[in-house]
Design a protein around this ligand. Structure first.
Ligand code: SF4
Ligand code: SF4
Length: 135
């Protein structure tokens, strides 16, 4: 059965100087590939990257964003590891939990000003985002 977002176009364009999603408390998940990419970008090793920035949460490596401060990698200019940011970040806002139904997507739109702006996002692109980030 097709999903609701396959039947109507979704628009999205990340807004300059927004960074709201980088200030949201919670976990930023880094899988093995994300750790390798970010470590290489910072001229570090996966082991050092993990010990410096991440903690183990069950089977996952995560960076915790606390209530009162943004993600460690956020600077005035934006994400300091942008070319190597983890899949969770590059897939936002196209996460399973956000696309569950139309009302949820609308609610997420109240948080993310990029939703309902800009070009229509191809269905295949949305499917790829969902494959990229499993939560
Ligand atoms: S909240 Fe939305 S518009 Fe703002 S930085 Fe994140 S993805 Fe871009
Ligand atoms: S890693 Fe970069 S894109 Fe992801 S939350 Fe942190 S600052 Fe934002």
């Amino acid at each position: 059965m097709s999903k609701w977002w396959e039947k109507e176009p979704l628009r999205f364009e990340c807004q300059a100087d927004c960074f709201r999603c980088c200030c949201k408390p919670g976990y930023v998940f880094f899988d093995k590939e994300d750790i390798k990419n970010a470590a290489e970008f910072l001229d570090s090793s996966p082991a050092d990257f993990k010990s410096t920035y991440l903690k183990k949460e069950n089977i996952d490596w995560v960076l915790e964003v606390e209530d009162d401060q943004p993600c460690t990698f956020l600077t005035r200019e934006g994400c300091s590891i942008h070319p190597a940011k983890p899949k969770q970040c590059s897939a936002y806002p196209f996460w399973k939990e956000n696309l569950e139904d139309k009302n949820t997507w609308r609610l997420v739109g109240g948080f993310c000003p990029g939703i309902d702006r800009g070009p229509m996002v191809a269905i295949e692109a949305i499917k790829n985002f969902l494959k990229k980030f499993r939560y």
